[in-house]
Design a protein around this ligand. Structure first.
Ligand SMILES: Nc1ncnc2c1ncn2[C@@H]1O[C@H](COP(=O)(O)OP(=O)(O)O)[C@@H](O)[C@H]1O
Ligand SMILES: Cc1cn([C@H]2C[C@H](O)[C@@H](COP(=O)(O)O)O2)c(=O)[nH]c1=O
Length: 374
């Protein structure tokens, strides 16, 4: 059966443009083709709606389906017996949905039990998804339909599993922001929620950051959870082995900016291996340049949160990190001894002041006259 045959019930009523849209973008058509099952039949209500709904709205119906499924995970029966209100109703479920695998006792109880104390602030709680449901838009990326053509050219995209049976659909959730913004706190809260839901999880951090040892992820206010510290995410896979990896449902990654294989690992883990990834890290370095590969994940992410800290100099929201030492390399592990979160004004002023101080020190060392004050 060709793609065109399969989307006929849709296209007949919505015209040529929508046929083009459906051919290039509808996951259901592709899914049906891949699984060799009959085309999805719209329900009477969906059919009526399609007959009277402009293309843009039809696209948004598809995009509004939950990120763990969308049309992809809704079975044929779901569509046949569902209605639009029911499709929308799925959004009221938490994004992490129902547990599919059971957590082996070894990991969920002992290895991955967090210390009970959690001082997460409002922003962190929001990012953790506890205080508020992520918005439909943040959970259901509209980039999917728009980027299908470029993704199909992406060699990293692999065909779905041979059995054609999917028990879960992967997702990528980004938590970014400056230092002290609550990224780790939010990550730990999400991982704790996953553990409470009976999911099999793993928490990974970069072996570059040894501030609190290599056995735990620790937030600036002391919340901690056991983890694996590795230099690359491929090392993580190799360390835990295929059997353990296959059972994982949720993978948390802290200090994501330090992983040189972040983008490739996350795409593969979410797209091919159906893992839910919660990725926390710095979006920018002390010079506000893109740091590592975190931002490369934006086009493939299902949700993105940029947290802010409190500016150490004026108590306004802080979106940037100021390095207070003379070091110039991009990677310099440290905490409040080397960095402070600042607002835009104080990042600009602070960066200028540090640059002047550095110039002054350098010149005074070699006996040059100090620069004139502006
Ligand atoms: N200037 C600051 N602004 C916000 N939080 C701060 C600041 N300084 C220290 N903190 C502490 O840091 C905690 C956040 O730590 P953490 O989750 O490890 O942040 P991140 O991972 O983003 O660096 C806050 O809950 C707060 O107790
Ligand atoms: C801005 C900036 C930070 N780092 C390092 C400093 C810390 O070790 C981590 C960030 O930790 P946090 O959990 O977000 O507080 O990154 C760096 O190496 N280079 C930088 O420019």
């Amino acid at each position: 059966m060709s793609h065109a045959d399969m989307i006929t019930p849709f296209s007949a009523s919505v015209g040529r443009n929508c046929l083009h849209w459906a051919l290039t973008n509808t996951q259901s058509a592709l899914r049906a083709a891949t699984l060799n099952v009959p085309a999805l039949q719209p329900t009477p209500l969906l059919k009526r709606s399609l007959q009277t709904t402009p293309c843009a709205t039809i696209a948004s119906i598809s995009e509004q389906c939950p990120s763990r499924g969308g049309f992809q995970s809704l079975g044929r029966d779901d569509l046949q017996h569902s209605s639009l209100p029911r499709l929308r109703g799925i959004h009221s479920q938490p994004y992490w949905g129902k547990s599919v695998f059971l957590s082996p006792a070894s990991s969920s109880s002992s290895l991955f039990s967090p210390t009970p104390q959690c001082h997460g602030g409002t922003a962190a709680a929001h990012a953790s998804g506890r205080n508020s449901q992520p918005s439909t838009q943040s959970r259901c990326s509209s980039s999917d339909s728009a980027s299908t053509s470029s993704r199909s050219a992406d060699e990293s995209v692999e065909p779905p599993s041979e059995s054609g049976v999917r028990v879960a659909v992967g997702s990528i959730h980004l938590i970014m922001g400056p230092m002290f913004a609550g990224k780790t706190t939010a990550l730990l809260a999400r991982m704790q929620d996953a553990v409470s839901a009976g999911k099999k999880i793993a928490l990974v951090k970069s072996g570059i950051d040894v501030r609190y040892g290599l056995t735990d992820v620790v937030s600036h206010d002391g919340t901690r959870m056991p983890c694996l510290a590795v230099n690359t995410l491929q090392d993580f896979r190799t360390t835990i082995g295929d059997a353990e990896y296959d059972e994982l449902e949720v993978i948390g990654i802290d200090e994501a900016q330090f992983f040189s294989d972040l983008d490739a690992f996350c795409r593969q883990a979410a797209d091919r291996d159906h893992k839910e990834l919660v990725v926390a890290g710095l979006d920018g370095d002390f010079k506000r340049r893109k740091f590592g590969q975190l931002l490369d994940l934006v086009p493939t992410a299902d949700s993105i949160v940029k947290l802010s800290a409190t500016c150490e100099l004026c108590k306004q929201p802080a979106s940037f990190t100021l390095r207070t030492t003379e070091e110039t390399e991009t990677q310099v592990v440290g905490g409040a001894d080397k960095y402070m979160p600042v607002c835009r004004k104080h990042w600009v002023e602070g960066t200028y002041a540090i640059k002047m101080a550095r110039t002054f020190l350098r010149r005074s060392k070699v006996g040059e006259p100090a620069p004139a004050a502006k």
